[in-house]
Ligand binder design. Structure first.
Ligand code: NDP
Length: 448
């Protein structure tokens, strides 16, 4: 889909020139600009205030060397990133991704998306993201610890509880956050809520582990309800088998669905009896094994090599929870052909633009990542509140707040879509609602 608004089309060309070799970032900006066309028409004051130009340029980009020593005494060097994208409505907030595919363009797309997602949560958090091309897979605990300590030795100069508060993402779970928090505390000699997703014994929030997956299901249930449907009795396919996928499986099952497939970067399992989640947790969270081990315990289930085949499994609802661009046009067509009527995104930008076109062409319900997966950062925001007041809330309290936040997020996507003439297009609604709050704040704060 091409941009019709000349002002935004010209600005997109500038963004492309300035960010060459970063296709994921261009993809994310293009999607948002397409959604914002009616806003640009209706709000010339935001154009005058330079909000569009400023919002696509990170406030600060930090790139640094991360040297560490492996178990054989060999020096290794990775590259670290932190993009402090936008602080109009609060301290920068967003996760740290540790994966070999990480480079500047990935972190920038994630940081850009984070601005709108954080705005949608209604909590005061700006947008940021970081990470490294370090691969925790196959590394010993000691190696992961030394990497995390080296990473934080530089990062600690740039973050703080009122400045920038990182969290987890792909490859960064409780173990990594613990090592990073320990190093921050040691270097700065202060015990503050500088990271979220911390362990429960040192300032972590109950329900943070579950938050993104649970939140995804709460959002999706609202979307289904608004369209006369629910999870009850539905067959669901979920990609990934990490933090988001595991807790999405748990909540979807609690809400009455049958989850029949999960994957990792090697392949996927299909269990038509419904996934045995206790086994997946044991394999993935405790033993850090591959998903194919599942069939050793459940030989009636089937394992297939390769990731994209998971979308050929017939289902009613698809929840992509692995990584960016994992559903392409062909996979989207296959989903539609097999009767899938709803796609809701746990991962960030898991659908290519062509796949999204297929969803709309087939009248499928589409829950976009920046709304549907905002539960993780929302509970991170609640963790920051608990740290500030030196209190710990109960699981039920946090989970209840999460549920309300996800309901509100769906409502604002729905209402913004209606107000700007694209009813039912929750992607446009999310982009518009998330943008407007940040844009008003940027305008009010002057040209900074
Ligand atoms: P995890 O590292 O816990 O799990 C990631 C899962 O996705 C693993 O099963 C992994 O397989 C798979 N995966 C990762 N990269 C690829 C790839 N290139 N191709 C195929 N499969 C891949 O990460 P999370 O569950 O935390 O994150 C999943 C997604 O959700 C990401 O897009 C993340 O940005 C997003 N997200 C996460 C939030 C959170 O709170 N954790 C919040 C909001 C969004 P393998 O083990 O083989 O690598």
């Amino acid at each position: 889909m091409a941009l019709k608004n000349k002002y935004l089309a010209d600005l997109l060309e500038t963004v492309k020139k300035r960010n060459q070799g970063e296709p994921e970032f261009i993809q994310a900006v293009t999607e948002v600009f397409i959604s914002l066309e009616p806003v640009a028409e209706k709000r010339p004051d935001l154009i005058e205030a330079g909000v569009f130009e400023r919002i696509v340029e990170p406030e600060r980009q930090i790139i640094f060397r991360v040297p560490w020593v492996d178990d054989n005494g060999v020096t290794r060097v990775n590259r670290g990133f932190r993009i402090e994208f936008n602080s109009a409505i609060g301290p920068y907030k967003g996760g740290l991704r540790l994966h070999p595919s990480v480079y500047l363009g990935i972190i920038k797309f994630l940081g850009f998306e984070q601005i709108f997602k954080n705005s949608l949560t209604t909590l005061p958090m700006g947008g940021g993201k970081g990470g490294s091309d370090f691969d925790p897979k196959g590394k010993s605990d000691g190696e992961v610890m030394r990497f995390c300590q080296s990473f934080m030795t530089e990062l600690c100069k740039h973050i703080g509880p009122n400045t920038d508060v990182p969290a987890g993402d792909i490859g960064t779970g409780g173990r990594e956050i613990g090592y990073m928090f320990g190093q921050y505390k040691r270097l700065r000699n202060e015990f503050t809520g500088v990271l979220t997703g911390k362990g429960l014994t040192f300032g972590g929030s109950l329900a943070r582990t579950e938050a993104t997956g649970y939140g995804l299901c709460y959002y999706t249930e609202e979307m289904l309800k608004a369209n006369g449907k629910s999870f009850k009795g539905q067959t669901v396919v979920i990609s990934g088998s990490g933090n988001v996928a595991i807790y999405a499986t748990q909540k979807a099952t609690e809400l009455g669905a049958k989850v029949v497939a999960l994957s990792d970067s090697n392949g996927y399992i299909y269990d038509e009896n419904g996934i045995d989640l206790d086994l997946v947790k044991q394999l993935k969270e405790v033993e850090r094994k591959r998903i194919k081990e599942y069939v050793n315990v459940h030989p009636e289930a089937k394992y297939t090599e390769g990731c994209s085949g998971i979308w050929t499994i017939p289902c009613d609802i698809a929840l992509p929870c692995a990584t960016q661009n994992e559903i392409d046009e062909q996979s989207a067509k296959t989903l539609a052909k097999n009767g899938c009527y709803a796609v809701s995104e746990g991962a960030n930008m898991p659908s290519t633009p062509e796949a999204i076109d297929v969803y709309f062409a087939n009248n499928m319900l589409y829950g976009p990542a920046k709304a549907a997966n905002a539960g993780g950062v929302a509970v991170s925001g609640l963790e920051m509140s608990q740290n500030s007041e030196r209190l710990a809330w109960t699981f039920e309290d946090v989970d209840g707040r999460l549920k309300n936040i996800m309901k509100e997020i769906f409502k604002s996507c729905d209402e913004a879509a209606k107000e700007y003439g694209c009813e039912g297009n929750y992607m446009a609604g999310a982009n518009i609602a998330g943008f407007l709050k940040v844009a008003e704040a940027m305008k009010a704060q002057g040209c900074v």
